[in-house]
Design a protein around this ligand. Structure first.
Ligand code: G3P
Ligand code: CA
Length: 275
């Protein structure tokens, strides 16, 4: 890879903050997203799940045990139950010395609606911030996650971006069925098919119906860099997760991927010479 190509790849890679600036602040909290925005991230990533009373909340795990002071499955709890919990106190101070626990809204459960409010506020300032929303366990809910998600996006005027040009929102999933549902209901919303491994059917660079962008894990990139080239040759953009180590950022830049999803937006932007 020539130096010139590396430099141009560097400047064009989109840097997406994974669960917010989740190395520096507790994942999926307003604190983490505010930090990512402050750090200059191009986009934010979040996972969404449905509560027992039908609200979409930003939580990665099936249960709240790891990231809050409560217990139980998100799907079995109501929003009011989640609102009584603290999603910040688990974060280790030794590992994240910059993290100052602040009780209240900054570390309470984050609804997708609240995140969209913050997102809309930032975009209203003229900044082209983008948001990548991942549907979790969509098969269990038989379409309800996507239905709620699209309702909410519609309310914010974000469900039907023009087909050309960058969309403020994109939907990601490990479930092809979930992306298919999104594409059927909102054909101009970009969809990202997340992959943990390359299934034999997709070795030639083809993606499942309904998927527009490829989302391979960093493990795939390290072990099969040629696959990234195949995806590009097949005409797909490539968004890689979760890219935290400098050597991985460098490899992604060399391969010319379009976006990287990272817990450390500030360090990555600095490595890419953006700040
Ligand atoms: O952005 C994709 C990545 O977040 C997928 O893995 O487990 O962190 O949701 P996970
Ligand atoms: Ca995710």
């Amino acid at each position: 890879v020539t130096h010139a190509r590396q430099r141009s790849a560097h400047t064009s890679i989109q840097v997406i903050a994974h669960r917010g600036a989740s190395d520096d602040a507790p994942e999926h909290t307003l604190a983490a997203y505010r930090k990512a925005i402050e750090d200059g991230a191009d986009a934010l990533e979040c996972d969404v799940r449905l509560t027992a009373d039908g609200h979409l909340v930003c939580v990665h795990d099936r249960r709240v045990n790891r990231t809050s002071n409560g217990r139980g499955a998100v799907s079995a709890l109501e929003l009011a139950d989640l609102a009584a919990l603290d999603f910040g106190s688990w974060k280790d101070h030794e590992e994240s010395p910059d993290w100052d626990p602040v009780p209240g809204e900054l570390t309470s459960v984050l609804t997708l609606e609240r995140l969209l409010e913050l997102f809309t506020e930032v975009r209203a300032t003229g900044r082209d911030l983008q948001l990548a929303i991942e549907t979790k366990h969509p098969t269990r809910w038989a379409g309800q996650v996507e239905e709620r998600l699209l309702q909410l996006l519609k309310r914010f005027g974000l469900a039907d971006p023009p087909a050309e040009g960058p969309s403020p929102i994109r939907i990601m999933s490990f479930s092809a069925r979930s992306l298919h549902r999104v594409q059927a209901a909102a054909p101009t919303l970009p969809t990202v098919y997340l992959m943990q491994f390359v299934s034999p059917r997709m070795r030639d660079g083809r993606l499942p119906a309904g998927a527009r962008i490829a989302g391979p894990g960093m493990r795939i990139v390290r072990s099969h860099p040629g696959y990234i080239e195949r995806l590009h040759r097949a005409g797909h953009r490539v968004h890689v997760w979760t890219v935290n180590e400098p050597a991985d950022v460098e490899l992604c830049a060399e391969l010319g991927v379009e976006a990287i999803i990272t817990n450390r937006p500030k360090q990555v932007l600095s490595q890419l010479g953006r700040i």
